[in-house]
Ligand binder design. Structure first.
Ligand SMILES: Cc1ncc(COP(=O)(O)O)c(C=O)c1O
Length: 321
């Protein structure tokens, strides 16, 4: 393994760590406060394309170390896509199988990617799982499989698994602290399982108790995959409200328009959850005019072309002969 030359013996060596951090890129044209240095941490540069590589790897390794995998036993996990894609690719590269339980409303791109990565799909109907993010329906179904077929499946359960938080305590937090040379004043995150927010904030607060943590949530009825509104957050055991200074609720449609602006103004091909974070950061920068902020951009726009067209129909213009 040589991080400088970027030569690796296998894909596992490419997973992010303090020695191999995901990049921080400064926001220039979309920054409303020139005295405030605003950076995006590009999690889509991780080997399987999202922030979820961190939690998936930590949970998989833990199960492996505890002897829970192998001899025909693989994984079952509820996912809105990203955890499943990371987990499927990692599991297959280790010789295990993954059954991914996904709500029907997850974008088709993600369902196909899950299959390409080698997952077996279990799609949960809209009645059982009305939210596009992870719903109780998919969590319960995954639990049922894990219980009824325990010889075939073990369930990491990203909503309750402390390894999800630990992954960010050990990697994302230390990476940011080092990359900003301890100068970070604001952390901007979105909330799904809350592993990213809790783990990263816990580490950075330990270094600087005055650090401000800002979390964004989409308005109710949203269709931003991976994210949760506060009313949907009780499924996560990992949410720690005491670490969050500002919890902003933002019109979910702005997730899409801000993502497009990031693509077309900063050259950052960010997905909708990153768009929502940018909107939150811009609001805070109008208030706190100076500092150094880091936004965790969980994934890129490639998996959301259909959702982007749904919200910005003009994108479809001129695409047919
Ligand atoms: C696109 C996207 N953004 C943000 C998140 C939130 O991350 P976390 O689950 O660590 O709260 C997720 C989680 O699945 C996601 O898929």
């Amino acid at each position: 393994m040589n991080h400088q030359l970027r030569v690796y013996n296998d894909i596992f060596e490419m997973l992010p760590s303090e020695e191999n951090p995901s990049p921080l890129v400064r926001i220039n044209r979309l920054n409303p406060a020139p005295e405030f240095a605003l950076y995006a941490k590009l999690e889509w540069m991780n080997p399987f394309g999202s922030v979820k590589d961190r939690a998936a790897w930590a949970m998989l390794r833990d199960l492996e170390e505890r002897g829970e995998l192998g001899n025909g036993r693989g994984l079952v996990e509820p996912t809105s896509g990203n955890t499943g894609i990371s987990l499927a690719a990692l599991a297959r590269a280790r010789g295990y199988h993954l059954r991914a339980v996904v709500p029907n409303k997850v974008p088709l791109e993600k369902k196909i990617l899950l299959k390409i990565a080698g997952a077996e799909l279990d799609v949960v109907s809209d009645e059982l799982c009305p939210a596009p993010g992870l719903g109780d329906g998919s969590i319960n179904l995954a639990k049922t499989h894990a219980k009824a077929s325990s010889h075939r499946y073990v369930m990491p359960n990203q909503y309750e698994n402390e390894k999800n938080v630990e992954a960010h305590l050990r990697t994302t937090g230390p990476e940011i602290w080092r990359q900003t040379e301890g100068r970070i004043t604001h952390l901007f995150v979105s909330l799904g399982t809350c592993g990213t927010a809790t783990g990263t904030a816990r580490f950075l607060r330990g270094q600087n108790p005055r650090l401000k943590v800002i979390a964004v949530q989409p308005t109710e009825g949203h269709d931003v995959p991976g994210l949760r509104n506060l009313s949907q957050l009780d499924v996560s055991r990992l949410f720690d409200r005491s670490l969050i200074d500002d919890l902003l609720e933002i019109d979910y449609k702005l997730a899409y328009t801000r993502a497009l602006e990031l693509c077309q103004t900063e050259g950052l091909l960010a997905g909708p959850s990153s768009g929502l974070i940018l909107e939150g950061a811009r609001r805070i920068l109008e208030r706190d005019r100076a500092g150094l902020g880091v936004m965790i951009f969980s994934d890129n726009v490639f998996k959301y072309t259909a959702n982007m067209v749904k919200h910005i129909p003009a994108l479809a213009a001129g695409t047919q002969a």
